[in-house]
Design a protein around this ligand. Sequence first.
Ligand code: LMR
Length: 396
Amino acid sequence: MFEKITAAPADPILGLTDEFKADPRTHKINLGVGIYKNEAGNTPVLATVKKAEAILLAQETTKSYLGIPGTPEYGLAVQQLLFGADSTLIAEKRVQTAQAPGGTGALRVAAEFIKRQLGDVTVWISNPTWANHHGVFGAAGLETKTYGYYNAHTKNIDFDAMVVDLNQANAGDVVLFHGCCHNPTGIDPTNQQWQTLAKLCLEKQLLPMFDFAYQGFAQGVEEDAQGLRIFADQMLELLVASSFSKNFGLYNERVGAFTLVAKNAEQAVTSFSQVKSIARVIYSNPPAHGAAIVTQILNDAVLRTEWEQEVTEMRDRIQEMRVLFVATLKQCGVDTDFSFIERQNGMFSFSGLNKDQVKRLKEEFAIYIVGSGRISVAGMTKSNMLPLCQGIAAVL
Ligand code: LMR
């Protein structure tokens, strides 16, 4: 029966990780997948996560199922992180949250919710975007279209193109925004641009959806929610897919959340009943451990402060690598201006390296970069910086 099956293409990001792992060269450098590395090149468990796990281990009394949306404590902690502890949306019970298996799981639940409840609308996605976005929405049977986002010449946001393209959207269409640390460009709209986008969505009756996977990696945990909160102030309805892979370092625990904001409490409850029935037929109910860690940390004042410090350390180290990368490229004789990398946010930058250069970096220098030219700055360290920049200088 299986003889007719043809091979699927390797995933552009996770497939590259497999190739990297299989590469026997000891000097190899992985700037593919977005995983935080410390100065020693490791991805350690956060100290606050270890502390929360110790508490959970001591207190845990059962492995019984969670409810379909996970625990209410987790849902509330997620909502407060998104909209602020004193959010009126939360007080008015207009927000409902379901724990989901990772940010991708949250996006997939969102996609299914959109398709089943909102019909054949189009989902507008930035160009470029995370390599999996079109796949996730397409898997739910939704049509996706792109809006301009990046100007390769100025290495900055192409806000005019964004507005022009989104003006083509029809009432009811969904617009996917990256909450902060746009993946892959590292360029976010300014607050003023967020205001303009919110106004546009309001006027054109578009449904905003935020993919929020890097909260804390741009300016700070609160600061990074500005764009979302500008929308939340103006829009009656919106969707959010959160991920805690990066800011809690809980990659393999698959902990995320799907949040919906409705016009009023009643519509929130009714809409959320549909979210629960979607989760039930995909994974029934979510895994407990990762979400319990996040809840423990966010609800304990001491752990929460320590966690914010850990996020700050990660953010600062990446920023330091951005500066060092630009300086080391210069040192290696590269004339091209890479200073834009210092101005970008989060784990990624769009290097401008083309497919051939990316291929040569892998084959000749064991340097792994996503085919689009996206580099994970979070994978750079002081010790891999020189060979990395020498390799880049050689292929430029
Ligand atoms: C990335 O963009 O590298 C991460 O979000 C990991 C993934 O799942 O692709």
